[in-house]
Design a protein around this ligand. Structure first.
Ligand SMILES: Cc1ncc(COP(=O)(O)O)c(C=O)c1O
Length: 374
C-alpha cells in the first residue's frame, strides 16, 4: 500500500519541502502517539513507575532488531543533540589531543565540539570537503589524511545537514578502527532515509533521530554505543538508574520525569514504513530530488554538489542571491517551505522530498524559484 499525502497532517495550503528540519508524522503513527499519552495520563504512576521498564524494553527490542544490534547497546534520547552531548562530553580528552571532523557538520554539533574543545584543551580539526563530491574512496582518503597520532576521535555526519551528502561512514569507521581512532557518527538524517545496519556500519558510537525521516513523533532519538564503551559514557542527567553495577540502559534511560510516548511510538513508525513499502517511497522521492537537481543546475548553468550522493534530500547550488529574501518570498508568495541560504560556503536551496510531496509540488517549486531568481 502506498502512503498518500492525506496520511500526513501537513496543511493543505503549504507545499512542504523541509522535512529535513522537522519531519512530519503520519496520521496513524500520530494517533498511536496520542493513545500512549492518554494511557499515561489515565494512571501516571502505574504507567511511569510500574509499566515503563517493560514498555521501554519492548520498544527498544523492536528498534534494536530494526538496526541489527543488541538491545542492550541502545538507549533513548530526546534527539541527536542530546545523544552527541552524552558521547562527546564523556570523552576524556586533553590538550594536544584532536577531534577530526568536517566543515559540513551541523551548527549545534559545531558548538558542542567547540564547547568540548574549550573544556578539555583538545583541538578540533575541520576537514574541508572538496566539492563536487568525487567518490567515497577519494573523500575518505582525503579526510583520513588529516588524522594523526593526536586524533582521538572522529565526529562525522552520515548525511550532512547543510549539503545533504551521504558520507561513507562504513568505510571511514573501518579505516579509523584500524588506526585505533574512536568514531562517533551523527545520524540525524539517516533512519528512514537509508536502510540502517549499525553492526555493518561499525561505528563506536552512533546517534540518530527517529523524528526526522522515520516520521516518529518529535522528541525521539537514540544513542547506540558498542558494549566496550559503556563504562566510560556518562548520562546527561544522573538519576535513579545510576547505581553500582547498573548497565548502560539503566544509567541512561531515565533522566527524571518525562513523556515517554515518543519513544513508545517508534515501533509504530517502523511498522508504518514497512507496511507502506518504504523502499519504493524512498526511490520515488530520490528520483524527484534528482530531477530537481538536474533541472535547476541545467537552468542556472551550475555544477551540482555531487552526481548522486544523496537520498531524499538534496542541496542544489543557486546563483548569487539573498537566500533569506528568496526563502521568505517562496513562503509569503507561493506558500512553499524550503530553506535557502549558505550551505558550507555555497549558496543554494535544500530540497527535502517525502512521501507527501508530488511531482506537481516540485513543478511549483521550480517555477517559483525560476521566477524569483531570473
Ligand atoms: C546533521 C544534523 N545533526 C544533528 C541535528 C540535531 O537534531 P536534533 O535537533 O533533533 O537534535 C540536526 C538537525 O537538523 C542535523 O541536521
Amino acid at each position: 500500500m502506498s502512503p498518500s499525502s492525506a496520511d500526513f497532517l501537513i496543511r493543505d495550503d503549504i507545499i512542504f519541502f523541509n522535512h529535513g528540519s522537522f519531519g512530519a508524522c503520519p496520521r496513524p503513527v500520530f494517533e498511536r502517539y496520542q493513545a500512549w499519552q492518554r494511557e499515561l495520563e489515565g494512571q501516571p504512576v502505574e504507567f511511569l513507575l510500574r509499566r515503563r521498564p517493560a514498555l521501554m524494553a519492548n520498544a527498544r527490542a523492536a528498534i534494536a532488531n530494526y538496526f541489527n544490534v543488541p538491545a542492550g547497546e541502545i538507549v533513548f534520547v530526546a534527539n541527536v543533540t542530546a545523544g552527541l552531548n552524552v558521547a562527546l562530553r564523556s570523552l576524556r580528552l586533553h590538550r594536544g589531543d584532536e577531534i577530526l571532523t568536517t566543515n559540513h557538520e551541523y551548527g549545534a554539533v559545531n558548538r558542542l565540539l567547540d564547547f568540548v574543545s574549550a573544556k578539555t584543551g583538545a583541538a578540533v580539526r575541520r576537514h574541508r570537503v572538496r566539492l563536487p563530491y568525487e567518490s567515497d574512496e577519494a573523500f575518505t582518503a582525503a579526510f583520513l589524511a588529516e588524522a594523526s597520532a593526536r586524533t582521538k576521535a572522529i565526529v562525522i555526519s552520515h548525511i550532512t545537514s547543510s549539503t545533504s551528502l551521504i558520507f561513507p561512514v562504513e568505510l571511514i569507521c573501518r579505516r579509523a578502527r584500524e588506526a585505533g581512532i574512536l568514531t562517533i557518527v551523527d545520524g540525524a538524517h539517516a533512519p528512514g532515509q537509508l536502510p540502517l545496519d549499525l553492526t555493518a556500519i561499525g561505528a563506536d558510537i552512533y546517534s540518530g533521530n527517529f523524528h526526522k525521516w522515520l516520521c516518529a513523533p518529535k522528541g525521539s532519538g537514540f544513542l547506540h554505543a558498542r558494549a566496550e564503551h559503556h563504562d566510560w559514557i556518562d548520562p546527561l542527567a544522573v538519576s535513579h538508574g545510576w547505581a553500582a553495577g547498573s548497565d548502560f540502559v539503566e544509567r541512561n534511560d531515565w533522566g527524571g520525569t518525562r513523556d515517554i510516548a515518543p519513544f513508545l511510538t517508534v515501533p509504530a513508525a517502523i511498522d508504518y514504513q514497512r507496511d507502506h513499502q518504504w523502499d519504493r517511497v524512498r526511490a520515488a522521492c530520490h528520483a524527484l530530488a534528482g530531477a530537481a537537481q538536474h533541472e535547476l543546475c541545467a537552468h542556472y548553468g551550475l555544477q551540482p554538489l555531487s552526481r548522486d550522493q544523496f537520498a531524499q534530500m538534496v542541496t542544489v547550488p543557486l546563483p548569487a542571491c539573498d537566500g533569506a529574501a528568496v526563502q521568505k518570498q517562496l513562503y509569503d508568495e507561493y506558500r512553499i517551505e524550503a530553506p535557502v541560504g549558505e550551505f558550507a560556503g555555497q549558496g543554494g536551496i535544500r530540497i527535502s522530498v517525502q512521501a507527501y510531496n508530488t511531482a506537481k509540488d516540485l513543478e511549483r517549486l521550480l517555477a517559483a524559484l525560476k521566477s524569483i531568481i531570473t
